[in-house]
Design a protein around this ligand. Structure first.
Ligand SMILES: [Zn+2]
Length: 187
């Protein structure tokens, strides 16, 4: 599976692996192998190694804590104490090591525990810092992805212009067209 990394923050990309949360939720991390693939595509580690079912359960708990905290940040609300505690706990372990291998090449090493600790650390940096004010929900009809709006004007609307943005524009176009065209008469 190809995961998308369009949120401008790794922790928010992680939270978005449960898609369409309010209409037709699909868990993209349904199997341990999915988590291994996500970690590699997120360029967190070159070889995540074996991922256990227990590690996947931990990842899903962390993901949901990150999502709820991102929603709280976006709304200017308080984060749930239990979510803050979980994100803190997960960040305590050893992190992924990124080491220079040669010019233009790094080696990323760590198993799934190190990957989750690194995601939790990045989530902590986001929610504990000023960038938390840039968290926005995608305007896509069914999309529940949150992203960081780093646009200069602060008017980014879509997680991904090519998917959510163009789909919304196509719907608006169809609506405009059907509103202006006269009813087709029976012949
Ligand atoms: Zn979207």
């Amino acid at each position: 599976m190809d995961f998308s990394f369009v949120s401008d923050h790794l922790a928010l990309d992680f939270a978005a692996t449960l898609t369409w949360r309010t209409s037709y939720p699909i868990d993209l991390l349904a199997e341990p192998a999915d988590l291994a693939a996500w970690a590699t595509q997120a360029r967190l580690t070159d070889r995540p190694g074996h991922v256990s079912r227990a590690a996947l359960d931990r990842a899903q708990l962390l993901r949901e804590a990150v999502h709820r905290t991102a929603v709280a940040a976006e709304r200017g609300a308080d984060a749930a104490a239990a979510d803050v505690r979980l994100i803190r706990e997960c960040a305590r372990g050893p992190q992924v090591v990124v080491a220079l291998k040669s010019l233009g090449e790094v080696e990323r090493s760590g198993g799934i525990d190190e990957v989750l600790a690194t995601v939790a650390t990045k989530a902590g940096e986001l929610f504990g810092g000023d960038d938390r004010h840039l968290v926005r929900p995608c305007a896509g009809a069914q999309c529940t992805r949150l992203f960081l709006d780093r646009s200069r004007a602060g008017n980014r609307r879509w997680c991904d212009k090519l998917s959510c943005g163009s789909r919304a524009n196509a719907t608006a176009y169809r609506r405009r067209k059907s509103a202006t065209l006269p009813e087709r008469s029976e012949t």
